[in-house]
Ligand binder design. Structure first.
Ligand code: NAP
Length: 244
């Protein structure tokens, strides 16, 4: 079995996910580039390889059971284990999505990707993560999922949304539950945390964000490289803990 650290980043063909793959690859890690479009996936893998990253493509649609099962099989064949999983793939569901007018389908699609997709991928990868000496899971959340910030007048919380912000609140809650279960199972080696990248210029927001995707990737890289006594079940941005 390879001694090189093995990571999988979902939604790694562009934006923050691509930069997380580049950041982890820069540490000398072997990085699986999870992406659903073959063309975009292979373009990202080629770009990462040109930059010296030991990258390989992982066909992956986080909303599809068969795709996720196949992705776990591919990583098993390629590496035999997984050290780090970054659940980065996400969608807004499209704006506007004010609660009083939202199409319920928008909520369903958003939760299917941002929450259920994370659970689907995490559970499929857990047998491989349990073979690692230091498994780490990072769930890419957002500070717009912070109920504390959403209910603080004047706080920067993005547009009113019935799907995207609540999906990240849901994801945060699920992250806490995983951490609780890992503790109860005695799986103390697995550290799972939620990350907020800040407002980054990507396709997700029509490139209106004020940070670069590379800046947004930094917190995920930090949580992916936590020491064994690092936190679990937490929610972090560059400046420290984000209030729930
Ligand atoms: P992005 O550029 O739109 O990238 C999103 C990635 O997710 C793309 O690679 C996309 O693939 C992938 N994806 C979407 N649905 C998928 C599915 N069903 N299966 C597999 N991959 C899927 O957005 P981003 O800004 O980098 O966002 C990355 C993460 O950061 C998201 O979870 C987002 O919510 C979070 N975030 C972003 C910001 C920000 O300001 N940008 C702020 C807070 C949190 P395709 O190319 O195939 O669509």
């Amino acid at each position: 079995m390879s001694e090189q650290t093995i990571a999988l980043v979902t939604g790694a063909n562009k934006g923050i996910g691509y930069e997380i793959a580049a950041g982890l690859g820069g540490l000398g890690w072997r990085v699986g580039v999870g992406a659903r479009s073959e063309e975009r996936r292979e373009a990202a893998v080629a770009k990462l390889r040109a930059a010296g990253v030991d990258a390989f493509g992982v066909p992956l649609d986080v909303t599809d059971d068969a795709s996720v099962t196949a992705a776990a099989g591919l990583i098993e064949d390629r590496a035999g284990r997984l050290d780090v999983l970054v659940n980065n793939a996400g969608v807004t569901g499209g704006m506007p999505q004010t609660p009083t007018t939202v199409n319920p389908e928008t909520v369903r699609v958003t939760v299917e990707t941002n929450v259920i997709g994370v659970i689907r991928v995490t559970n499929a990868m857990l047998p491989l993560l349990r073979r690692s000496a230091a498994p780490r899971i990072v769930n890419m959340s957002s500070s717009v999922g912070s109920l504390t910030r959403q209910s603080t007048p004047g706080a920067e919380t993005g547009p009113i949304s019935a799907a995207y912000s609540p999906s990240k609140t849901f994801l945060n809650a699920v992250t806490v539950q995983y951490a609780k279960e890992f503790r109860e199972l005695g799986d103390t080696g697995i550290l799972i945390n939620a990350a907020c990248p800040g407002y980054c210029a990507t396709d997700l927001n029509g490139f209106r964000g004020v940070r670069t995707p590379e800046q947004g990737a930094a917190i995920a890289v930090r949580l992916a490289t936590l020491p064994d006594d690092g936190p679990t079940g937490g929610f972090f941005e560059d400046a420290g803990e984000v209030p729930w």
